[in-house]
Each structure stands twice: as C-alpha cells, then as structure tokens.
Ligand binder design. Structure first.
Ligand SMILES: Cc1cc2nc3c(=O)[nH]c(=O)nc-3n(C[C@H](O)[C@H](O)[C@H](O)COP(=O)(O)O)c2cc1C
Length: 431
C-alpha cells in the first residue's frame, strides 16, 4: 500500500491534500466536513479583512463558474471569485458567514479556530491558519504579529499569510513595487508573534512570482504557496454594461501547466529554462533556488494534477474550487487516483518521484523526434480540413485525397487533430 504521507517543517500530514483557505474552511462546521473526508490538512480561511478598521461590516461571497460541461471532475472549467459588499445584512446567521451583520473579533475568531483544532485531533488533520489580507490593504506590522500570536494560542500547526491570493487587491503589483514592505515585512512581523512554521502565499498576477518566492525564503518564510489566479474583467458585449465586480480572481484547472512552470523555475531559480542556445547560459543574478517547501494552490482537480506538482518539486498541494464544485469527497477520489498511479509505477512513497522532472539538456534536445503525418488513403474523405489547417502548406488535395509534401512538414500535428475521420496517424520523420 503506497504511503502518501508528507513531512515538512516539523509537521507530518497523512497525505499531501490540503484544503485551501476559502468557503470550505470558513468555520468549524465546514472545516469538520473536510477533516471527515480525509484531507491531510486544511487552511482555515483568512478573516483578517473582516476586522480591519475599514471593513467593519461583513462581505458576501462572489463566486461563479464557467464550463462547457457540468462534469467538473473530467472537464476544464474556470472560475472567478471575489468578495463584495453585502446588500442585505443578516442578523440571523452566525459570525463569519458572508452577510452576517457583524464580523468576528479576533478573540471570537481565535475561539472558533481553537474549536477546529480540537476537532482535528480525531481526524489526524493538520491545521494551518490564514492571516492577514493582501495588496495595499494591510501594511500594519502589529496586526500580522497579533494575529500570528492569536493563532498560535488557538493551537494551529502553522500559519499562512494572505499575501497573495486575492487578485482583486492586486497583491502582485504591490509586491513588484516594494517586495520588502508587502511580502518580507508580513513574514518578519508574523515571526515576532509565533514560532510556528510560516507559509507565504505568492501571487502570479503582475509580478515575478519566482523572485517573490526567493524574497520570502530570505525573509524567513518556512514555505511558500504560489497561487494561480489572475485579476480579470469580464465584459458583456451584448448589454455593454460595466463589469459588476472589480477585478475578481480567475483560475481553474487549465492553469496547471503554468503552475508546473512556476514550481520548476522556483526550484531552479538561478538558471533560465530555455535549451535553445548551446552556449553557456547567463545566470539570474539575484538569489538561488527556492529550498523551502512549496505548496502550490491553483487548478487541482485530479490525482494527476497533484502528482505533477510533486514531480516538479512541490511538497503538497492545496485544493479550493474543486472542493466547492465536487464536494469534500474529492479528497477520497484524488487519494485513490494517486495510489493507483503509484502502485502501477512501483512507487512506495512520494519521495520516490518528488522533484523527478528535469529538462532536456541542449545536446539531448537535438534528438527529439519530429512527427510526420501518415495518411490512410482508404479512410481519407478528401474533406480538406487538413489542407486548410496546415500552416506550412505541406498538404494538398490530389486525386480527391490529402497528399503530404514532406519537405515542408514541420511536424506540428495540426492535421492529425483536425482530421474528422482519423485518417492521419503520426510517424517519425527520417533524418
Ligand atoms: C470563493 C473563494 C474564497 C477564497 N478565500 C480565500 C481566503 O479567505 N484566503 C486565502 O488565502 N485564499 C482564498 N481563496 C483562494 C484559494 O485558497 C486558492 O488559493 C485559489 O482559489 C486557487 O486554488 P483553486 O484553483 O484550487 O481554487 C479563495 C478562493 C475562492 C474561490
């Protein structure tokens, strides 16, 4: 039986699946559902903004999904989310729920988190508490320190700083302007309040996320959580109305390869990844590879997504939107998918494949085979989709069948994908 446990920063998680801070972890009731479902850890939702001076009243959740199909376990979707001012205050619902009349004080919130921690003991679940609020909204050092101390008092295993996830507050831009103030300062300030591991969320939007992970490590972060969500503006071209939301964060499973690139580049941060030039590469002048744990947060939908993140050099993975869409049972499905893959490959522990992906060296790249389409004349209907699609004009119609001129083919495979009757297979071009 494969062992999915993860050890990092003095914590041991039974598996690498962590529920990201969000609606699934906003109070004891929802957190308990996640624990029962078997997640290795949860990040309790950041509530800082709700007791910051400028936001005395609650916000409501604004979250919407875009997808071509309703099966979100198998098909790509995108989501957009942000917080918005409540139109209607709800005196009848408990503190912390979107729309509640008043927001919890830090004392009330500490007690709620303590309850979550007590419940976690029965489920072997690691509890990470999220602090603060990103972008320009939080530049008060003492708040980070006070909140970190309060969460340690609540008994959590680690804290995570909300330094990046909400693109609506443009954290990436603020960090790009002054990374010491908007990233290193919160880490240092939280450290004054707690000895627990500190994770910093790193936004991808508008900033050098690789460089920001280096800044976080240098400032004393125990680990980083890169987040793939971008600031977006949707336009309704029919009604030409102004967008309803301000810069909500868009993300989804389509961003997995982008996250892969980020993790890889963090782990190899001193060198560019291109293999196109055989002459010696210049090095990035500042900082070396990120050596602290990396817990990517963005786009996870399947076991294969988590496996990819680990192969790139990640240590665990956070999951938020897929838990909203599919329910907490996503933990069991992903756990099973990972175990099946590991058994098939003969891997016993995550360490057997973690960080395994490497890039081809320039001399190896020359040996990459070039695809060559092979046309089955029997199957070809002469529809000419491949002829029209070929960007190199390597295909033409002869005797009502597609014909290839090998001299012009670059092996892009477009013809293979557009052929409606599978008349094209792929072979290898000879040298
Ligand atoms: C509705 C919603 C609320 C969120 N609230 C928080 C939050 O309070 N604190 C935080 O650090 N991240 C928050 N996030 C960001 C998620 O934790 C996560 O980093 C992001 O959604 C990307 O992961 P995903 O693609 O798995 O959803 C929220 C995300 C969503 C969709």
């Amino acid at each position: 039986m494969a062992d999915l446990s993860v050890s990092m920063c003095g914590m041991k998680l039974k598996n690498p699946l962590i529920v990201g801070a969000g609606p699934n972890t906003k109070n004891t009731t929802t957190a308990l559902n996640c624990m029962k479902a078997g997640f290795g850890g949860i990040v309790v939702r950041s509530l800082h903004m709700q007791h910051a001076d400028d936001v005395k009243t609650s916000t409501r959740e604004m979250y919407r999904v875009y997808g071509n199909t309703k099966d979100f376990t198998k098909h790509l979707y995108s989501f957009q989310s942000t917080g918005a001012p409540v139109r209607k205050m709800r005196p009848d619902i408990p503190l912390g729920w979107g729309g509640a009349t008043t927001v919890p004080t830090l004392e009330q919130w500490t007690e709620e988190v303590a309850k979550i921690v007590r419940a976690a003991k029965d489920y072997d679940c690691t509890i990470i508490a999220s602090l603060g609020w990103c972008g320009s909204n939080l530049t008060d050092e003492s708040l980070w320190t006070t909140e970190a101390a309060a969460m340690e008092k609540a008994g959590v295993n680690a804290v995570e700083l909300h330094t990046g996830p909400s693109p609506a507050t443009e954290p990436g831009r603020y960090m790009s302007m002054d990374s010491d103030h908007y990233l290193a300062m919160p880490i240092r300030a939280a450290r004054k309040g707690t000895k627990l591991p500190i994770f910093a969320k790193i936004p991808v939007d508008c900033c050098d996320a690789v460089g920001m992970a280096q800044v976080a490590e240098k400032a004393g972060a125990s680990g980083v959580v890169p987040v793939t969500r971008w600031s977006t503006i949707s336009v309704d071209v029919e009604n030409e109305t102004a967008p309803e939301w301000r810069g909500p964060g868009m993300g989804g499973p389509w961003s997995v390869p982008i996250m892969n690139g980020l993790i890889f580049r963090m782990r190899h941060a001193d060198k560019p990844i291109t293999y196109l030039f055989s002459r010696e590469q210049g090095k990035f002048p500042k900082g070396g590879p990120v050596t602290i744990p990396i817990i990517p947060s963005g786009g996870v939908r399947t076991g294969a997504d988590v496996i990819q993140y680990l192969m790139m050099g990640g240590d665990a993975a956070q999951i938020c939107a897929q838990v909203i869409l599919e329910g907490v049972q996503v933990a069991g499905r992903i756990d099973k998918e990972m175990r099946e893959w590991m058994d098939r490959k003969g891997y016993k522990t995550l360490a057997d494949f973690r960080g395994k992906v490497n890039l081809l060296q320039p001399n190896q790249a020359k040996g990459i085979p070039q695809w060559l389409p092979i046309i089955d004349k029997e199957k070809c209907t002469g529809c000419q989709r491949c002829v029209k699609a070929c960007p190199n004009v390597a295909l033409s119609l002869q005797d009502k069948k597609a014909k290839l001129d090998e001299r012009f083919c670059e092996g892009c495979r477009t013809c293979y994908y557009v052929c409606p009757v599978n008349a094209i297979t792929l072979g290898e071009a000879k040298d």
